[in-house]
Design a protein around this ligand. Sequence first.
Ligand code: EPU
Length: 334
Amino acid sequence: MKRIENYDLSNHNTFGMKVKAALYIEYDNVEELQSLDLKSLPQPVFHMGAGSNLLFKGDFPGTVLHSGIKFIKYVDMGLDEVLLTVGSGVVFDDFIANVAGNGLWGPENLSLIPGEVGASAVQNIGAYGVEAKDIISGVVCLDTSDWTKTVFKVGECAYGYRDSRFKHERGRYIITSVLFRVTRKYSPKLDYGGVRAALEGRDLQALTPMDVREAIIGIRNAKLPDPAQIGSAGSFFKNPVISREHFEIFATPDTPHYDLPDGTVKVPAAWLIDQCGFRGKTLGGAQVYEKQPLVIVNASGNATPEEVITLENQIIAAVQDRYEITLHPEVDHI
Ligand code: EPU
């Protein structure tokens, strides 16, 4: 178990904010986690993943916990369906590479999303028409109140768009592993805008999960900043859902949107932000990413949390003012 005081978190948040935690603890297995007396640690206690979807508002006065539980175990190799259990500290993309490398379908559309397996089940990460909940079978947790093990079936996790019970009962459960259900059965999901086009000219019937993974990686690399090169936390805002009447007030035939089954309309936040003139706008070291205005980047490498938050608030105010739509951050503010 790693236990370090006054710990520099610069390498633990993809935004690259230069902040510290009073105490950092990384445990390697369930028993080490259960040996901790959370109440005696500097407060508050915050459990993090890879730090790819959060913004530290400043130095963290309490304890940052991190899972070092790393295993990928195939538990049931059925004829079509395959069940595997994966440690919460495994890098999510390593899990996908492993599954796709074994010729199994399921998570390939989520390729290259930064972050770890535990956080994927908290955040219900999603991309290109697939969400984590579509492949999760169960979530194994410890209840922090008495360290008992609890297993939630996917139907008990209250999954929604970037949402779950683990977000609403924050701090109560720590996810130690996740059960995923994947399949040998040919089942590429190519209907999300841009995916089929990226595979143009290919014999679709001969596609492997690895082929789709590579196509997705290509699409993401063209649009999203590589956190190793330029700091960001991916999409900064959620895409808002509004009523059709509201949409029709400002829409023209060219306004991008997606009609949802319940009659509401999802409007890309990137489009709203762009319309308000924020594409490429800088504020100190922070910047609205030129290629994708849904992303705020640490352009200088030295952006401060205050600069990012000021830019965020300017965007929210401008979109509210012009469209009467309230953007909500997708990135957690800690
Ligand atoms: N949409 C559809 N069908 C399509 C295309 C888009 O329903 O065929 C919807 C999507 O639900 C999406 C919205 O329209 O919410 C805008 O889609 P776009 O592809 O332009 O993606 P985006 O808004 O830039 C979202 C996610 C990304 C994810 C991409 C690809 C959020 C906040 N962001 O971004 O996730 O990679 O779609 O699926 O939902 C992230 O969460 O950090 C992130 C990068």
